[in-house]
Design a protein around this ligand. Structure first.
Ligand code: NAD
Ligand code: DAU
Length: 343
């Protein structure tokens, strides 16, 4: 197979490219990435010279960039490219609309024109809004009810996928996953932010009281789910990807503090995220039943391995935290409560 992976310099895209090159010795990958603040070619340094891998810098929202990356055609597109951070979408939604909606549309047009055999849309459980307790679950039929500009943009892209299938029979599959964690995650997301802050001796900002909860999937389990969906998924279908490993932010904070030998004095309770979804909980039965996938990594083990990776890869995250992230932090975080009208 020849696969176009978009957003392959980001957290999950880079992990997926390495997974595919290792598992399938005859597959070729083209990585189309705009290299926004979240794109980092260092994530791919160990495979950059692999003859089955090509990097193309470009924007999924530009048809000419997509055409250049696809060339004569590919067997599949896996669309990881997106603006992904909820807090950034609250501060400035524009880029989310450009990439997550218009970019998805641009890729769908290429598939509709016959340039790709199929497309897998990597999306999120956040499009469903929120659940109120850990027993209530999102199924594939749950109505979209997004809360943030990020999740509304992802929902827009996902709806274009279903519309293209229904209207033109464009071969596309949509996936909705719970929260990813693992090595190479940009240190603005909960787990890497808290781990790296603690390693730097800084405080960790828990929003509200930390009672919101998320469901967590380790990188390798998500790669295996996309592998199953790419090869055996039914066109036009939607698959939820979940593990039923649900933890409140406070529970995660405690686990990270313990793993790094720190105590609760390091916690700083800060104003809550506006429109903060209380909980996400995914029903993954369809994927398990129909495609035979199941998650393998227990959260406590995956978290310990992740924290170990951040301990051993200070150069990777220190470069990020002293560069673009520092500018973002100074502009938006230091006076976050004022910017978000939380005072
Ligand atoms: P990330 O933020 O780490 O990386 C995103 C990548 O997309 C970066 O390399 C960036 O340069 C690239 N990109 C952004 N705009 C682009 C554009 N216009 N054209 C080309 N490339 C562009 O992302 P991630 O956390 O690995 O998430 C990957 C995908 O998975 C996203 O679609 C996201 O919505 C979805 N998702 C993420 C999570 C999670 O917990 N992180 C959970 C469920 C679904
Ligand atoms: O559910 C899937 C989604 O998970 C993905 O679609 C998104 O791309 C991804 O960013 C993630 O969104 P969340 O909002 O759940 O992730 P985040 O790491 O930003 O926050 C996780 C929880 O931790 C959330 O309840 C907010 C809280 N939090 C986050 C940060 C960054 C804090 O308490 N303090 C923080 O500093």
């Amino acid at each position: 197979m020849k696969i176009l992976v978009t957003g392959g310099a980001g957290f999950m895209g880079s992990n997926f490219i390495k997974y595919v090159l290792e598992k399938y010795p005859d597959y070729e990958i083209i990585n189309l990435d705009k290299l926004t603040y979240a794109g980092n070619l260092e994530n791919l340094s160990d495979i950059e010279k692999n003859p089955r891998y090509i990097f193309v810098r470009g924007d999924i929202a530009k048809a000419e960039d997509v055409a250049k990356a696809i060339g004569a055609g590919v067997d599949a597109i896996i669309n990881y490219a997106a603006e992904t951070h909820v807090d950034r979408s609250i501060l400035d939604p524009r880029a989310f609309l450009d990439t997550d909606i218009y970019g998805t549309y641009t890729l769908l047009e290429a598939v509709r024109a016959g340039k790709a055999g199929r497309m897998v849309q990597i999306s999120t459980d956040e499009v469903f809004g929120m659940v109120h307790d850990r027993e209530e679950e999102f199924t594939e039929e749950t109505r979209f009810d997004p809360s943030s500009p990020y999740s509304a943009s992802k929902a827009g892209g996902d709806l274009m996928c279903s519309a293209y299938f229904r209207t033109y029979r464009t071969p596309v599959i949509v996936t909705h996953s719970c929260n990813f964690y693992g090595p190479n995650q940009y240190p603005e997301k909960l787990i890497p932010l808290f781990a790296t802050n603690l390693l730097e001796g800084k405080k960790i900002p828990v929003y509200g009281q930390g009672d919101q909860f998320r469901e967590w999937i380790f990188v390798s389990d998500h790669c295996q789910a996309i592998d199953a969906i790419l090869h055996r998924g039914v066109l036009g279908e939607v698959y939820n990807i979940g593990t039923r490993q649900r933890k409140s932010n406070f529970e995660i904070t405690e686990l990270i503090l313990n793993l790094l030998g720190k105590d609760e004095d390091q916690i700083e309770y800060v104003g809550d995220r506006p429109g903060h979804d209380f909980g996400y909980a995914v029903n993954p039965d369809k994927l398990m039943r129909e495609l035979g996938w199941k998650p393998e990594v227990d959260f406590a083990e995956g978290l310990a391995a992740t924290i170990e990776w951040y301990k051993n890869n200070e150069a990777w995250w220190k470069k990020i935290k002293s560069g673009e992230y520092q500018k973002y932090f100074e502009k938006n975080y230091a006076n976050r409560e004022e910017l978000l009208n939380l005072k």
